[in-house]
Design a protein. Structure first.
Length: 173
């Protein structure tokens, strides 16, 4: 494979991850897929990855940081303007229509950082699932653990995060 075709494959993987993230947005996403891919590529192109799974882990973390930065910038711009981010598939963290206020994304990031202090692997499972759009089997490959371990980590982390985030929910959220 040529270097250009390798870059094309990597760029395509990034685009798929970006589309997963941005497809969750129901109201004026602050980033477009192309913009998110370009930003991620700028950050990832200088790094070395050992395998596709290592790349997916790095891409998940990079997308998380880019999305959190975009949310913070949007919130600074709007300060309570009511923008929403959808988290379809994660209904326990979202409102009845599947959307979530942008400040909830910040709450999730904060809770995820707290979880990482207790159990880094469980936090990485959430990061790769939520921010990277990876399937459980892909997460298992990245972390080099069994699928059963990832399933247990995912269930524990979801329950733990729900408990942490429930205390900050407001009526109607």
């Amino acid at each position: 494979m040529s270097e250009q075709s390798d870059i094309d494959v990597v760029y395509s993987e990034l685009r798929q991850i970006a589309v997963v993230h941005l497809s969750r947005s129901v109201r004026r996403p602050s980033l477009q897929a192309t913009q998110l891919v370009h930003e991620a590529w700028l950050r990832l192109s200088s790094k070395e990855w050992k395998s596709r799974t290592h790349f997916l882990a790095l891409a998940s973390r990079t997308m998380r940081m880019l999305l959190i930065d975009a949310v913070r910038a949007r919130m600074a711009e709007r300060r309570g303007g009511g923008d929403q981010l959808s988290l379809s598939g994660d209904e326990e963290f979202s409102g009845p229509d599947g959307s979530m206020a942008l400040d909830r994304v910040i709450d999730i990031d904060r809770a995820l950082r707290e979880l990482a202090l207790h159990d880094e692997r469980k936090a990485r499972v959430v990061e790769m699932r939520f921010f990277g759009g990876l399937e459980l089997q892909e997460v298992a490959e990245v972390l080099e653990v069994s699928l059963a371990t990832v399933k247990r980590d995912w269930e524990f982390a979801r329950t733990w995060l729900f408990a942490r985030l429930s205390s900050t929910l407001t009526p109607g959220e």
